[in-house]
Design a protein around this ligand. Sequence first.
Ligand code: TMO
Length: 318
Amino acid sequence: MQLRKTSAALGAAALLSFTVASSTASAADSSDPIKIPIHNWSSQIVGAHIVGKILERTGASAEYVPADSQVVYTSMCEGDVDLVHEVWQGAFGVAFEKVVDEGCVVDTATHDAKTREEWWYPSYVEELCPGLPDWQALNACADKFATAETQPNGRFLAGPVDWLKHDAERVAGLKMNFEVVNAGSAAALWAELESASKRKAPIVLFNWTPNFIEAIYDGKFIEFPEYDPKCKEDASWGVNPETTYDCGNPKDGYLKIGTWKGMADKWPKAYGVLQKINFSNLDIAVMAKLADVDGMEPEEAADKWLADNAERVDSWLN
Ligand code: TMO
């Protein structure tokens, strides 16, 4: 095909590749590295390397940049980061949809994975608080979760602040007898869960699915008033007419890939492959497990996942 092209046609094709956004086979990808953020939970870190290694197979190069998982949406809007491959609706839906509405970030793909991020407890806690997983039952036995730091309120162990879960707003909106204490890292959440479980001590903490936790611990999410998008925007909606966030997180939350609006033009080939990448619940859980249970380094875990899923990855590449 290329041999038969006249130089005029080639010129026109080259011109076209500058002016037309999308993936004509002739448009060359930029040699600049594609900047992929690294956040502070395991599936994301392993998955970032998986995505980077897949895009490298298109001839692109990848660069990994440690990034705050909220600020990243502004960075992506400004083109300082090129993609976020794990946009969790519960944590980041608000920040993500805002930059998509502004037009600087593209909602590029939706994974098959369905997500839930919520307050969670190990099953033995049910003996202490009859009526769980209902949030009012939890609230009725808040004192069981009190610590020296939070008494007389119960302690809710939340994730790191950059997961911005609006837990304090929810506690206020639902008038709960709880105080939100943020863990410094995901590892701190799991360490406290392990220690409490050994002692059968009451604990309620932030957790999510898909995750490796469900393979190791028996437990449940708290059932708060049903999520509705209006809950975040309209104070008059919900059980408390004066506040937003008087509801739970989405139960069937999306997991998306978002990209900087210039990505399709700059790396059309890599972008075309990125659009096809699609992780399931099992994929995300396995990525977390390879790091958190098997103790693999992120790159090693990524190589293992890529080897175990070679056929699917090839289908995304072709
Ligand atoms: C964004 N996260 C999976 C940690 O909830």
